[in-house]
Ligand binder design. Structure first.
Ligand code: ADP
Ligand code: ZN
Length: 293
């Protein structure tokens, strides 16, 4: 059986490891994300004595995952210090001559969930992470959605909650979804971190109000068969019933499908791969490279 090297490049840490074609983790380590030089030298050190057939790399965005593009394999213009215009695949290619697949961490997670997790057996699955940022990946007809570049579904505009006076903290759009509903926005609006606000009704009602609007838009545009939600903020599992209720309320019967009208508990769900969705996502990307071999 082939061995897949996997790298999940995150804003706070890189996870590197090995996995199998059926999505099982063989080995993994965490490396803190500092400068590209420092972080990547540790990544390269880790894989030095390992044997593998292909490599999958899922990264925080924005990235250029479009094969043939001039900046393919780059982390592009990111507000993350030091990482703007960094050719991560180019660097890895210098050291490993194996087929590689590169995409966003959330597209990888969506693919992994559709093969091995909560979306098993479905060809149209979305994965959304609500953490330091908000990112969403979509598998449409079995492949990841990609066009000009990857989708950036965390930055859509949503309607402001009538009681919300927080200005929003997206450096590009201020009060887009990420600017209003990612972990740091919760912390700035309420003056405490999300996990310290667990008992505050208003916090989670407002959070669900925003996330449900996003889900409604995604449902209307992409028609996913299931929506999987992970990331630090979704650890507040009581958000799920609140989000489901608002999704039904906002759609208001427009999409006449039992998945939404009757079985929404099985339609908007926590990742089947739990906290591993991102890393197993990179194994899934590696498997794509293997399939293409
Ligand atoms: P990242 O997005 O950096 O990969 P996470 O998905 O863990 O990391 O998201 C981190 C964000 O999630 C932080 O803003 C943090 O405050 C928030 N968060 C983490 N755990 C919880 C929790 N149990 N409840 C609410 N918010 C949380
Ligand atoms: Zn934005």
């Amino acid at each position: 059986m082939a061995i897949i090297a996997a790298v999940e490049a995150g804003g706070t840490k890189f996870i590197c490891g090995l996995g199998t074609e059926d999505g099982k983790i063989i080995d993994r380590i965490n490396i803190p994300t500092t400068t590209p030089e420092e972080t990547m030298s540790k990544v390269i050190e880790y894989f030095k004595d390992k044997e593998f057939d292909v490599m999958g790399v899922g990264s925080f965005g924005p990235i250029d995952p479009v094969k043939g593009s001039e900046t393919y394999g780059y982390i592009t213009k990111t507000p993350k210090a030091y990482w703007s215009d960094y050719n991560i695949i180019g660097e890895l290619k210098k050291h490993y001559d194996v087929p590689m697949e590169f995409d966003t961490d959330v597209n990888g997670a969506a693919l992994a969930e559709s093969w091995w997790g909560a979306g098993k057996g479905l060809k149209n699955v979305m994965y959304i992470t609500v953490g330091t940022g908000i990112g969403a990946g979509a598998v449409v007809n079995g492949t990841m959605l990609q066009g000009l570049t990857h989708p950036e579904m965390g930055h859509i505009f949503i309607k402001r909650h009538p009681e919300d006076t927080y200005e929003g903290n997206c450096p590009f759009h201020k009060d887009c979804l990420e600017g209003m509903a990612a972990g740091p926005a919760i912390e700035k609006r309420w003056g405490k971190k999300g996990h310290e606000l667990a008992d505050n009704e208003r916090v989670w009602d407002m959070e669900a109000y925003y996330l449900a609007q996003a889900l409604m838009n995604y449902i209307l545009i992409l028609s996913p068969q299931r929506i999987i939600m992970g990331g630090g903020v979704m650890k507040q599992q009581h958000l799920f019933p609140r989000i489901r209720k608002y999704v039904q309320e906002f759609l208001n019967g427009y999409v006449q499908k039992k998945e939404i009208l009757e079985k929404i508990d099985e339609y908007v769900v926590y990742p089947g791969l739990g906290d591993e969705a991102g890393f197993v996502g990179s194994i899934a990307l590696g498997k794509l490279a293997l399939n293409a071999k």
